[in-house]
Design a protein around this ligand. Structure first.
Ligand SMILES: *Cc1c(COP(=O)(O)O)cnc(C)c1O
Length: 334
């Protein structure tokens, strides 16, 4: 199958599986799984933070971070298009009693500074207490500009807010921009990083931040049901990914560029954007259902919607991209 729906669809490679089966394990709820501890400290060091905490999912990692920053009745400023706001079931409000204050994302994925400023509430009993600014990098595949991140987080700090980065794909941002991971993480008090996306691990996210913050998040992880036992088996996959699958993200980015170029050469397709490993394109609505079925019959999985997203990853080769583009061409040539 050529699966372009997401970079979450990758399967663990034989070498990754071998690393998992040979992992040294313990009971991580007791804090003595050596492989989990190694993953947490390795990533914390690479991100330039004091501590790390392993989670079964990025959703839980983000939620535990939000709950560590914000108490009941507090508020966090977030993008309308942000994963924590739009794609996590409203967890911050549902489980954290945290009020989101969404702001429309600009086309480059940023939250305009004047809108952040305007959304910060005065300290007054009418208002929720604005406690946190949450950004996402990459967002829709786009890398936030470093200058913008510095300004936005300075603005937040100058009003006493903490800062969180949903860095599910921050390694894509690092590889695409040539910035070290630590530089991308530096402006933030906490960063959540996914291993189950382009890095190719079957599960896992790590939250990094100060020791004090991670201690609070650790408590929330337990409350949220995220305490795992011999999770060194999973952490071993993440360590393998850190070692073998980071630099190769550049290949995914090049493949996404190739895919965008291929689609743009088809008259009926409008390519809206390509950045890192994502391409967004629009197809005439009457073709969504038949085109998706046509591709599926040829072993190509896509999701045709108003704005369709195509994601490259380590289980897709340059030849697979050509097969996909040729199939779309064949469909429109019928
Ligand atoms: C995938 C993703 C997450 C976390 O998702 P899980 O499926 O819960 O691991 C968080 N933020 C962004 C931007 C993501 O793409």
């Amino acid at each position: 199958m050529i699966d372009l729906r997401s970079d979450t669809v990758t399967r663990p490679s034989p070498a990754m599986l071998a690393a998992m089966t040979s992992a040294e394990t313990g009971d991580d709820v007791w804090g003595d799984d050596p492989t989990v501890l190694r993953l947490q400290s390795t990533l914390a060091e690479r991100a330039g933070k004091e501590a790390g905490l392993f989670f079964p999912s990025g959703t839980q990692s983000n939620l535990a971070a939000l709950m560590a920053h914000c108490a009941r009745g507090d508020e966090y400023i977030v993008g309308q298009a942000a994963h924590t706001y739009k794609y996590e079931g409203g967890g911050a409000a549902v489980l954290g009693s945290i009020q989101p204050q969404p702001i429309e994302n600009a086309a480059d994925g940023s939250l305009p500074l004047d809108k952040i400023f305007a959304a910060i509430k005065p300290i007054d009993h009418h208002f929720a207490r604005t406690r946190l600014l949450a950004l996402e990098n990459t967002i829709g595949g786009k890398v936030l500009l470093p200058g913008y991140v510095a300004e936005a987080t300075d603005l937040a700090r100058s009003h006493g807010l903490s800062t969180h980065l949903d860095g599910a794909r921050v390694f894509n941002a690092a590889v695409a921009s040539g910035q070290p991971l630590a530089a991308l993480c530096k402006p933030f008090d906490s960063v959540s990083i996914c291993f189950s996306k382009g890095l190719g691990a079957p599960v896992g996210s790590v939250l990094v931040g100060s020791r004090a913050l991670i201690e609070v998040a650790h408590r929330w992880r337990k409350v949220l049901g995220g305490g795992m036992r011999q999770s060194g088996v999973l952490a071993a996959a993440c360590l393998y990914a850190l070692e073998h699958n980071v630099d190769r993200l550049a290949e995914d980015h090049a493949n996404a560029g190739h895919l965008a170029k291929g689609l743009a050469s088809i008259g009926q397709v409008e390519v809206l954007s390509q950045a890192t490993n994502m391409v967004f394109a629009q197809f005439p609505q009457e073709h969504w259902v038949p085109l998706e079925a046509f591709l599926k019959e040829r072993g190509i999985l896509t999701q045709m919607v108003y704005t369709s997203r195509f994601v490259t990853h380590l289980d897709l080769s340059r030849a697979d991209i050509d097969t996909f583009v040729d199939a779309v061409k064949a469909y429109f040539a019928r």
